[in-house]
Each structure stands twice: as C-alpha cells, then as structure tokens.
Design a protein around this ligand. Structure first.
Ligand code: CO
Length: 214
C-alpha cells in the first residue's frame, strides 16, 4: 500500500462523516468531553476507539509498548494529569491484550536493546509469581503475565498522587483492568476495578495533600 492511499482514505472518511452529520467536526473542534482515558498497548491490532465502538472525541488515549504505567514517565503522567484534572474523565481503562509481544519479550532471555529496560519490571512481576507459571505452556505463560501486568498497571495508576488527589477532592473516578483477545476481538474485564483510595494497599496511600505553609 502506498502512503498516499492513507490520505485518500482520510478524505473519504471525513466526507462520509460530514455527510451523516454536517456539524460533527465543528462541534468537536470547539471542545472535547471524553469520559474515558484509555491506557493501552501500541500494538496495531488493538486500535482503542474501534474495539470499544467510540467516536472521535469520546476516548482520551495513551498507548505504549505493553501498556505500562511508570511513575517516572513524563508522557504518561502528562496524559494522566490532563485527563483527570482538566477533562475530568470518569473512568480510566488499562487495557492489555493476550499475546503481547512486549510481555513475550520480557519472558525470554534474548537481549533486544533499549526496550529491555522498558520491559524490565515485567521480569520482576514474573519472578514474584513464578510458581504460577511452572505448569503452563509458553503461550499460556505469556497470557498469564499479560493479565498480571494489567492488574499491576491498574494499581500503578491508583498509586499516583494525581489519582489519589482526585479521590480526596471527591471527584468520581474509577480505574479498570481489561484484556483484549487478538483471536476473537473480545475484551474481558479482569474485575480489578478501583474507585476509592481505601481500596489500595495502605503502603501506597497518601494523605490529603496540603501545600507547605497552609
Ligand atoms: Co502488546
């Protein structure tokens, strides 16, 4: 496929949307009011809006390799702050997927370069739960680590001061862990939703923030 095909596709897409709803783009250009923040994998097979049937303007999106939530990642934190403080999304969805290449790489021993550092914490997660992996076939091991990773990243979202301060303010905000199946396109809710700081381990709870001197 030539890259010019993408621009042709874009004109067709915009014209079709415009034909159905002539005010659509004008409305969107004025402001966005998404209720959801999506934190997903960069994998081309998991396009955020499409798999949950949402239109432009309805989903704020952050994607990286293996849907990681790293407390020192300025990119993720900036997206999270804008979503929570400014857009005031009601739900944050961490959505992993089975068969994730990043997770598979972390289970292997081959050195791949820079990405090894990005994926390092996945090795720690495997090590922490290694007894559960012993009896599993390689693909099942990848899928188990994919699920454990989503659960871990949900907690990482909840452990940020950004999210805990929103809860302290009384802002309604729930964090969910989902996983997408490449084989059938279905999303499974892992049942690890958190909507209150009292649901997280006390080690990671912060008291209500008060600025120095107040
Ligand atoms: Co992936």
């Amino acid at each position: 496929m030539e890259v010019s095909q993408l621009l042709d596709n874009n004109r067709f897409w915009a014209d079709s949307l415009n034909a159905r709803d002539p005010a659509f783009f004008q409305r969107l250009a004025a402001q966005q009011h998404p209720e959801f923040l999506w934190i997903g994998c960069s994998d081309s097979r998991v396009p955020a809006n499409e798999v949950v049937g949402l239109m432009p303007g309805e989903l704020f999106v952050h994607r990286n390799v293996a849907n990681m939530v790293v407390a020192t990642d300025m990119n993720l934190l900036s997206v999270l702050q804008y979503a929570v403080d400014v857009l005031q999304v009601r739900h944050i969805i961490v959505c992993g997927h089975y068969g994730c290449g990043g997770v598979r790489a972390a289970l292997g021993r081959q050195e791949l370069g820079l990405i090894d550092n990005w994926l390092r914490s996945l090795k720690g997660l495997y090590h922490q739960h290694r007894d559960r992996f012993q009896a599993l076939e390689p693909d099942a091991q990848v899928d188990l680590l994919c699920e454990l990773n989503v659960e871990r990243q949900v907690r990482n979202v909840c452990h940020t001061t950004l999210v805990q301060n929103a809860w302290h303010r009384g802002q309604p905000l729930a964090v969910h862990g989902w996983i997408y199946g490449l084989q059938d396109g279905h999303i499974k809710d892992l049942g690890v939703s958190v909507s209150d700081s009292r649901q997280i381990d006390s080690t990671f709870q912060y008291d209500r923030y008060e600025a120095f001197g107040e």
